[in-house]
Design a protein around this ligand. Sequence first.
Ligand code: AHR
Length: 528
Amino acid sequence: MKTVMHLLLALVLPLAAPASAAAQPIDSRIVVRADQPGARIDPNIYGQFVEHLGRGVYEGIWVGRDSPIPNVRGIRSDVVAALRKIRVPLVRWPGGCFGELYHWRDAVGPQAERPVGVNTAWGDEPETNAFGSLEFMDFLGQIGAQPFLSINVASGSPAEAQAWLQYLTGPAGSGPGRLRASHGHAEPFKIPFIGVGNETWGCGGNMTAEYYADIYRQYVSVLKSYGTLVAADANSDDYGWTETLLKRALYRHATATPLAYISKNPQISMLGLHFYVFAGNDWTRKSPAVGFGEADWAMALDRAQRMEDMVSRHAAVMDRYDPERRIGLSVNEWGTWWATDPARPSNLQQQTTLRDAVIAGLTLNIFQNHAERVRMANLAQMVNVLQAMILTRGEQMLVTPTYHVFDLYQVHQGGTSLPVQLSAPDYVFGDVKLPALSVSASRGEGGAIHLSIVNLDPQRPARIVVDVRGQAVSAASGRAITAPAIDARPDFDAADPLVPVALRTLAVEQGALHVTVPAKSVTMLEIR
Ligand code: AHR
């Protein structure tokens, strides 16, 4: 069988770069603990984020009913079809920093009567308000996703937020419901998730944690009956933010003394976290999106790997206040942020490459390995912005390497997470030293185990023995994303070089799986 393995490996080598072909494979071992099932993987960690920013909404999603681009009620059909395929569970909208300037009433009712505003968050571009609440809900209906509304705390008010929720959820017989019905939608909507502000330490009001915690308490009293409230977001490794929110706002206090609770029902159901990846830790020096070298590759992966530390440490703070784990961590902005087009910097449009795919796989593995706490995540952003899933150019559309990762990983949605033990050498480049592999596993309803493996090393394939404890292994199959160049990317005018391909370098031998994954790759295995 070993000989067959080697033959198969030879067949698959064209997947790897010429340099990788010469490199010695990494030898490693993965133990999947099917005998120790963990938490359910919340499908909402596959959530997306859409903001009125650059071409994210206008052109990316909304083209208008009269557009020559095929659309249903103004929403482009090619984008909808691509998103349906990967089962997007929920979408956060309308921002981001834009959300902190958003006044929902400007974007409801007859299109011709909507005022044109200015998007002062992003380049002072005109905001036509053509895509408002009902268009957003229509878009969600078309792709089959749930809404996660981000409420304007910085320039809005509890009254405005409450009126918005009444407009969306009120029965058709109520005043707000009647208004909605007059705008064409009699049936009330459900809004399962409500974000109370965005980055309230920054563009969302420039608040201290203490001040925001008190504001949050005020919003709770107004919004709590409408949906699950998500408290606004710690900035990366600001564990003090999380601590202060939990200390001051988790419970409704009878007095100013935090321990004198009048209720033990948490007022915070989810806590946000925002974290972006660039090459290094300096916002002001971003890597080019393409044409970068291995130094940028390694530094970006090093920063991406910090998500592990961040999730663990925010979760550790939460464990102290919420040992029963009733509160979820919502990583509601994450993704890569490369140098943007100097001609239109506020568009935040970037090309995404194999590097983005590897970062997506690595990050999703981290979320899944913390499934007991991470219950929601929103990639920034869905179309034409930052680590987009989809890029459009006029009537053309392409799916990105990140989209392919979400496509491969969708089998994890709703699965039972399984602990994974990994023995692998490090990937070392310059000052960067990281485990060369990142893995996570789950068991689906039908009993199959899905194991995702990311190989961070851009030169060396990884030869892996997978040992599954507690479940017999009789067959396996896999698909992988890789390409010869570290910045391989799709192009509107060429075939996509990053479409996942069947992995042929795998065999089951005496109950264990032997698999070789290519250098710089994301692989999904199905083990039966
Ligand atoms: O995703 C782009 C911006 O990044 C969002 O508007 C803001 O919340 C974050 O700083």
